[in-house]
Write a protein that binds this ligand. Sequence first.
Ligand code: CO
Length: 189
Amino acid sequence: MSVLDVVVWPAKVLETKAKDVTKFDAELKKFVADMYETMDAAAGIGLAANQVGDLRRVITIHIPFNDNRYEDQEEKKESWHDKKFTLINPVITKKQGKFKFQEGCLSFPEIYEFVERAAEVWITYKDENGKDHELHANGLMAVCIQHEIDHIDGVVFVDRMSRLKSNMVRKKLARQGSVEKVEAVKVKA
Ligand code: CO
């Protein structure tokens, strides 16, 4: 396995729609394993293939249970905590409610902003063996799924912010010019 390079915005691959996976072979399994290793090395909870320069609809998610994640409230242990989810060709079939969460992204170092998304999502997806699955997610898992599916659709999280916030972030990144260190306590996906 190997740690892959994470692509940082404004790379074009981050704003390009990825294509469905059609080949479920050994190479795909190796790629998925590399994505998990890359995500863990970067301390991210989710990663989309675009973020490592690959335009296949592949997402990895692993959200460790962390009681200290939120400053103001205790995190409740959910069924999706501490599990690895490989979402291939995922499709959102239903959304419900609204939820605002301060998101980070491995492709936007040092940027953390509130984004409003659906509070719950229902999805269908395939695993790396091509087997079909269904999943209902809430809380941080629902946020992460929507953030990552945006990635494979070529949508980055600044596109989901208000125009004012989005412009501020774009200016800040233009000023920085390059990648700086990232706070470990925040959530990146
Ligand atoms: Co991201």
